[in-house]
Design a binder for this molecule. Structure first.
Ligand SMILES: Cc1ncc(COP(=O)(O)O)c(C=O)c1O
Length: 426
């Protein structure tokens, strides 16, 4: 495939935008080569600036669960846009989306809309701190909760000690309140809680992780976290920015059978427009301004265009919940096909999958946490990525990202994808 125009556009973008992109993963740094500039998309396909057609496995990193330019969502946005795009005053549609979201997700009474997943997680943690009167949080190595300072902390060698910043600009003062544990490692969490008795406001987790590839929690781990949080009066925050309205109507809480105290959303809830949200039981949410003292605000929060896209999207998912099963079946089909193709080639790999999230790790050890995910063979991943891209299959351009299937993908698309794996020369 030829990417001349994309490369020229990238060169131009780099003159004015740092790295030529507005979000780093788009720059292809992990896999090498120039990123592809999209012209338009419809259903399961991306059409790039060079006229190539690509089968899309990132779905804008999750939101486009029903495929691109999904008619009811687009119509809702257009109709709304004609009536004005922002007022800075309340609108009825905010309550409509809130009511629907609360009816679909267990254990939440109220929801506050923001503009991104980052804002949602950042605000949820502030509320957790304000509600509990405690400062520290526990997060898991390899889990991403957006780019706010408290979350940009990487696991050092001693997870039971204070975190250290892994991005310049995050102060030690902030880092010291974020404690790190290994995913699927309840003992480490217990040790942190014991070493910081009465000081931990919240444990925040991707209930099915998607930012170190897809990693599924063990039942004992996720249920153990719930028990620990209840016993120690710690709020359990499920970051459902990826999993919310993707793993089922009720997201990971429903899929795993575990109740969270607070839930954050992004991606699907905005139907492809910039929306994030955080939600909890009334008792917790009432601590938020203007009802309570914990401040949080946003000029464009609850924006009518974004709400209309979110409402159209959630309405589709709520009225056609069989979509979740259909997506999970397609993902299982892909899993089996890719697995067989790689086996035939003798390429060591692990495939992790949950619902419509899936990732391929090029290692022969089970991938259960960040430490095991970084053992994957990156060179092999890059060969795989470019080998697939050359055949018109757009996979996440990083070994540490989950694929997000969209329901517009047909079995013929999946078969084409599997056939492409068979043709990659490793
Ligand atoms: C689990 C999770 N939380 C939070 C975020 C941040 O969301 P946003 O990029 O909308 O700020 C992401 C982004 O990918 C995510 O995957």
């Amino acid at each position: 495939m030829i990417y001349k125009r994309s490369s020229a556009l990238f060169a131009e973008a780099k003159k004015y935008i740092p790295g030529g992109v507005n979000s780093p993963v788009r720059a292809f740094k992990a896999v090498g080569g120039d990123p592809i500039f999209v012209k338009e998309a419809k259903g399961a396909y991306l059409y790039d600036e060079d006229g190539n057609k690509l089968i899309d496995y990132i779905a804008s990193w999750g939101p486009m669960i029903l495929g691109h330019a999904y008619e009811p969502v687009i119509t809702a946005i257009i109709d709304k846009a004609k009536k004005g795009t922002s007022f800075g005053m309340p609108t009825e549609i905010e309550s409509e989306l809130a009511k629907l979201a609360v009816s679909m997700v267990p254990n939440i009474d109220k929801i506050r809309f923001v503009n991104s997943g980052t804002e949602a997680c950042m605000s949820a943690v502030r509320l957790a701190r304000g509600y509990t009167g405690k400062d520290k949080i526990i997060k898991f190595a390899g889990c991403y909760h957006g780019h706010s300072d408290s979350f940009l902390i990487q696991a050092g060698s001693g997870a039971v000690t204070f975190g250290s910043p892994n991005s310049p600009g995050v102060t030690q003062g902030t880092a010291k309140d974020t404690l790190l544990a290994g995913y699927n490692n309840l003992e480490e969490v217990n040790a942190l809680v014991n070493a910081n008795k009465g000081e931990i406001a919240a444990i925040i987790i991707e209930p099915v992780a998607g930012n170190m590839g897809c990693i599924v929690p063990t039942d004992a781990f996720i249920k153990g976290l719930r028990e620990l949080c209840t016993a120690e009066r710690i709020l359990l925050i499920f970051d459902e920015v990826m999993t919310g309205f993707r793993l089922g109507k009720g997201g990971a809480q429903e899929a795993l059978g575990v109740a969270a105290d607070m839930v954050t959303f992004g991606k699907v809830i905005g139907g492809g427009l910039p929306v994030g949200a955080f939600a909890a039981k009334e008792e917790i949410m009432n601590h938020l301004a203007p009802d309570g003292p914990v401040y949080q605000a946003g000029t464009l929060s609850g924006n009518p265009l974004a709400m209309s896209a979110g409402l159209a999207m959630l309405t589709e998912l709520n009225t056609n919940p069989e979509i979740f099963d259909s997506l999970a079946k397609k993902t299982a089909f892909l899993h089996e096909g890719i697995g067989k193709a790689l086996e035939k080639k003798g390429v060591p790999h692990q495939i992790n999958r949950f619902g419509s999230m899936i990732s391929v790790h090029f290692t022969d050890e089970p991938v259960v946490d960040f430490a095991s995910s970084v053992k994957g063979n990156n060179e092999r991943f890059n060969t795989y990525f470019h080998g697939m891209l050359n055949q018109g299959i757009y996979l996440p351009p990083s070994a540490f990202e989950s694929y997000f299937l969209n329901d517009a993908l047909s079995y013929a698309d999946l078969e084409e994808t599997i056939a492409a794996v068979e043709k990659v020369t490793f």
